[in-house]
Design a protein. Structure first.
Length: 99
């Protein structure tokens, strides 16, 4: 499983960090929380990609050759991703496009 460090210079433009103290936090809850925060910042924000450190899962499943960035980050950047919601220091990461 790949660990994705949570550094401001590795993600698209606006980087919002959230700390959620919920032992039952899972990808579905994290996705809902990220959506609420993204929509507070931009009512038309559109989710482009996400990553779950616990399982190593990410979406979309996209191959982009060999690079130092994970494919889900490259996918979002190529589509204009400009808002990253980082929950619990990289436990869950969501990249949005603010329209």
């Amino acid at each position: 499983m790949m660990h994705i460090p949570s550094k401001f210079d590795e993600f698209p433009v606006d980087h919002i960090k959230l700390q959620i103290k919920d032992p039952d936090l899972d990808i579905a809850k994290a996705k809902d929380l990220a959506k609420v925060k993204a929509r507070q910042l931009n009512k038309d924000a559109m989710l482009l990609s996400w990553y779950c450190r616990k399982t190593g899962e990410f979406s979309p499943k996209f191959e982009c050759g060999h690079t130092h960035k994970p494919p889900w980050v490259i996918f979002a950047e190529a589509r204009g991703g400009n808002l990253t919601i980082d929950i619990n220091d990289g436990e869950y990461v969501f990249i949005y496009l603010k329209l």
